[in-house]
Design a binder for this molecule. Structure first.
Ligand code: FPP
Length: 250
């Protein structure tokens, strides 16, 4: 059933690509007197719910910051639990992703993942590669600076690219996100005002929406509120407000 909030959305102005920093699992657990891992487990429920909601709303691309390159430094038990949750998610969701026509994609230093997680990730990507309705990207062992460094390494190792061949567009082709549209909207939960090494290159012109809601509590209505907020903004890409208005008239 379509709710009242959803009916306020302008279907013509949906963000094509939404990227999310899912923050606040630990605080959510702490407030409930639970351990941090319970917070991540609850966070996984929010992942399921938000992916389903985005698909229902007609969003074409969603990227979730699930595990950063820096998260490896967390206590071993927490890292292991996160890897296990990810493995379970991929095993359980695979068929559902196919049914809902959602293609799974991943960005980051994926080879650093435990081999069983890496394998199920690759299998699920393979299984969903024909899906066309939405692309769900998981950022895993991901860091924005690492991504830029990896791009430079790829360019240098090619050996046939000269300095004058490098511009913003050609450089982007070496990033992990080569097949994805530019992010239109970044959502960060739990109120922190930082980028935490997420998509540093790609976020140049992205609209940022920060909510105090902790990730495990984030559901479809929160996603709709973020999109409504985005739809009420004017994106200028460095131009003036008048220039943008003229463009719309032309
Ligand atoms: C940040 O909360 C969250 C993470 C580091 C992990 C995100 C993982 C999930 C939502 C679950 C598994 C994901 C998938 C895709 C199956 P935090 O621990 O930094 O919270 P805190 O800042 O309150 O301590």
């Amino acid at each position: 059933m379509k709710g009242k909030l959803q009916s306020l959305l302008d279907k013509e102005k949906l963000p094509r690509h939404i990227v999310i920093i899912m923050d606040g699992n630990g605080r959510w657990a702490n407030r409930k007197g639970l351990d941090r891992i319970s917070g991540h487990r609850e966070g996984m429920k929010a992942v399921r719910s938000v992916v389903k909601a985005a698909r229902e709303l007609g969003i074409k691309s969603v990227t979730l910051y699930a595990f950063s390159a820096q998260n490896w430094k967390r206590p071993k038990e927490e890292v292991n639990a996160l890897m296990e949750l990810l493995r379970q998610y991929l095993i359980k969701e695979g068929d559902k992703l196919v049914k809902e026509e959602i293609r799974l994609n991943a960005i980051g230093r994926l080879r650093e993942l435990p081999s069983d997680v890496y394998k199920v990730l690759i299998d699920t990507m393979e299984k969903t590669k024909h899906c066309k309705e939405m692309i769900l990207t998981l950022a895993l062992s991901y860091g924005g600076r690492e991504e830029i460094v990896d791009a430079v390494r790829k360019i240098l190792s090619r050996g046939d690219i000269s300095p004058e061949d490098i511009n913003e567009e050609s450089f982007s082709q070496f990033l992990y996100t080569v097949d994805l549209p530019e992010p239109d909207l970044l959502i960060r939960t739990s109120g922190e005002m930082r980028l935490s090494n997420f998509l540093l290159w790609q976020l140049a012109y992205t609209e940022i929406y920060v909510t105090k809601t902790l990730w495990p509590d984030f559901r479809k209505r929160h996603l709709i509120k973020a999109i409504l907020n985005y739809q009420n903004r004017e994106r200028r890409f460095g131009l003036t407000s008048d220039q943008i208005k003229k463009r719309h008239i032309q």
